[in-house]
Ligand binder design. Structure first.
Ligand SMILES: Cc1ncc(COP(=O)(O)O)c(C=O)c1O
Length: 353
């Protein structure tokens, strides 16, 4: 049946993966969860005949981790759900949402589905923030502003001082820190000063629980109370709650893996820089954006050929108004990164021969 709503195009159609493929297309953590997490999930599995409890313990653990009160924390089924809840609560039909561009597409999608109007603030050609442009746009009756810091898909982080200048305008500002653990940049310390700030984080990336869907947002108590009004009951399932608690108890291992991923990222970046025709962008995250426009192949052709060689990366094509043709590769284990590099070299050699 046809919907009467005007819906955005599907942004990305996932291809079914073949067994044994190297999956470097969704910025996931390449390492399986710590054993204690698996045990916690198995224990919780015996109780799934019941609805999950209100995630009070998880909110308290996150509050402890981040230095806020549990009343400032809301947990969601991935940060995707929290973006949706924020839009549901604050974006009316015709309301104006602003995002940087290019960025994570879900802000725009949810806003459009809610009937909002979206204004994109183009980044500078090197994907840093055009602060003057952002100040100009946000001064013109914007209801909600989303900024991913560091940004996906570019990997570039913005100085928190710039974010603060934007916060001063009083617009409800969602700072999405999905990759915070890799970058260390955070706006969290500004929370006491700006009640228009929402910080979003996730267990999907550094904490390696993408398959369970757990994200959280930190904001003023008043804003959390507003979001609770639009939140469905039982939105974070029992296995997800228990796994998130267990992974927080295993933070030492998580921190070791974060260091390993950062080291592997730097090695991957250096190796990509040495390849003819490809231009990697420096990244503060667990992925690298690569301009392949000088290779003689399109990003689509490169991604397709890599896929045939057993490596799945994300292709972006061209960003409207920007030079370049892009793929994004997630940092995997050192072995996975080597597979990717060898495959990419093979693809590039085929073109030049
Ligand atoms: C910037 C950003 N925000 C949010 C998300 C969604 O994360 P989650 O798995 O918590 O829904 C992603 C996932 O790639 C992301 O890159």
């Amino acid at each position: 049946m046809k919907t009467r709503k005007k819906l955005p195009e599907t942004v990305y159609k996932e291809r079914p993966l073949i067994a044994g493929m190297v999956k470097l297309d969704a910025n996931e953590n390449p390492y399986p969860p710590p054993e204690e997490v698996v045990e916690a999930i198995c224990r919780a599995a015996r109780l799934v005949n019941r609805y999950p409890p209100e995630p009070r313990r998880l909110r308290e653990a996150i509050a402890h981790l981040t230095g806020v009160e549990a009343e400032n924390v809301l947990v969601g089924s991935g940060s995707d759900e929290l973006i949706d809840l924020i839009v549901k609560a604050y974006v009316d039909k015709g309301a104006k949402t602003a995002t940087i561009y290019p960025t994570f597409p879900m802000y725009e999608r949810f806003a459009v589905v809610a009937g909002g109007v979206v204004e994109r603030i183009p980044l500078n050609p090197d994907f840093t923030l055009d602060l003057d442009k952002a100040l100009e746009v946000l001064s013109d009756s914007v209801d909600v502003f989303f900024i991913s810091n560091p940004n996906n898909p570019t990997g570039v982080g913005f100085p928190v001082g710039q974010v603060e200048k934007l916060l001063r305008l009083g617009v409800l500002t969602v700072v999405d820190e999905a990759y915070y653990e890799f970058s260390g940049r955070t706006a969290l310390n500004l929370l006491g000063m700006y009640d228009n700030l929402v910080v979003l984080r996730t267990f999907s990336k550094a904490y390696g629980l993408a398959g369970l869907r757990v994200g959280y947002c930190i904001a003023s108590e008043e804003m959390i109370q507003t979001l609770l009004k639009v939140k469905p009951p039982y939105n974070v399932n029992l296995l997800a709650q228990e796994a998130a608690l267990a992974v927080l108890r295993n933070r030492d291992l998580v921190l070791q893996r974060i260091s390993a991923i950062k080291e592997a990222r730097n090695r991957l970046y250096e190796a990509l820089k040495r390849l003819n025709g490809v231009k990697p962008y420096p990244s503060e995250t667990n992925f690298i954006l690569v301009d392949v426009s000088e290779t003689g192949l399109t990003s689509e052709e490169i991604a397709d050929r890599l896929f045939k060689l057993g490596v799945s990366v994300r292709r972006f094509g061209r960003f409207e108004g920007f030079q370049g043709d892009f793929i994004r590769v997630t940092v995997g284990t050192p072995e996975e990164n080597d597979r990717f590099l060898e495959s990419l070299k093979a693809v590039l050699e085929e073109v030049s021969s």
